[in-house]
Design a protein around this ligand. Structure first.
Ligand code: ZN
Length: 288
């Protein structure tokens, strides 16, 4: 069975690493992108996993409840988008617990998953995620060219399936990349979906899907937002402005093309939590 997991990291534009601490106007929100993304999902009847920042949870309370009630998977993206690897493991764990408590009190159900801001996670912090009671993580991305991404050592984990690793009942889901020459190129969304023309994305995807049974997409609300670009903080370089804004207008159309293409290729859409349960059940059947 081939599976696709669509996911969104629920944060605002000012949480992006290149705007952090730069005096952004936090009154200006682009979280309407969450609703636009949900419009597409509900039109097509598709589930998604959402990694939500703790500091936005109160503001999004009714929407988060309705997400969880509609069968989507609501998980944690940390508290305020501090990169785990720039905080001590103890501080990181405090943030993990704070965010999880907030989400659980709002949703009235366990928060089982985590994705690190900027995929910035190493093994010692992954072990903290697990020890804090989470059941899965999706912070592994094999893209060493990006200076902020962590290099997640999974020694001792078993590969349950393509892109899926586990140690007993704790799972790690890898975010999709495709090898091109000696480099790995993300085919999993974010800036690459916005910036690459669809023909290039599709060509990379064709190669990726021919060899993999799990596909993971990640998006952010600012990418699907219909609002104008924010007033950038003073001194924001031209390249950063371009990186932020490029391709935003076309991302929803690309998302639809991507979903159509995944369907054509026989991928079934699910959430990380459902995938974890599916693998756990198949393991226990094998052990009977
Ligand atoms: Zn993030």
């Amino acid at each position: 069975m081939k599976h696709a997991v669509l996911s969104m990291d629920v944060e605002d534009w000012y949480h992006l690493e290149y705007f952090r601490g730069k005096g952004c106007d936090r009154e200006y929100s682009m979280l309407d992108g969450l609703d636009r993304y949900l419009d597409e999902l509900s039109r097509r009847g598709l589930p998604s996993s959402f990694f939500v920042l703790g500091e936005l949870a109160q503001k999004l309370k009714p929407r988060l409840r309705s997400l969880a009630d509609s069968g989507h998977d609501v998980a944690s993206h940390g508290w305020g988008h501090r990169r785990p690897m720039e905080t001590s493991p103890d501080d990181f764990q405090q943030e993990l617990l704070r965010c999880r408590a907030e989400l659980e009190s709002i949703l009235g159900r366990p928060c089982l998953g985590f994705r690190a801001p900027c995929f910035s996670l190493d093994r010692s912090r992954l072990d903290r995620v697990r020890r804090s009671g989470f059941k899965y993580d999706s912070s592994r991305i094999c893209f060493s060219e990006h200076p902020l991404y962590g290099d997640l050592d999974l020694s001792g984990y078993r590969q349950a399936s393509d892109g899926i690793y586990h140690d007993e009942d704790f799972y790690e889901f890898e975010v999709s990349t495709q090898a091109v020459g000696k480099k790995q190129i993300p085919v999993s969304g974010g800036g690459y979906l916005r910036i690459f023309p669809w023909a290039l994305t599709k060509a990379l995807l064709r190669r990726y899907l021919a060899a993999h049974s799990l596909y993971v997409l990640y998006l952010h609300p600012f990418e699907t937002s219909e609002r104008a670009n924010p007033v950038y903080p003073q001194g924001t370089p031209g390249l950063t402005r371009l990186r932020f804004a490029a391709g935003r207008a076309g991302v929803r159309e690309k998302l639809n093309r991507l979903i159509d293409y995944l369907k054509e290729q026989g991928y079934e859409f699910t959430t990380f939590d459902r995938l974890r349960t599916l693998h756990m059940n198949s393991q226990s059947e094998q052990n009977v």
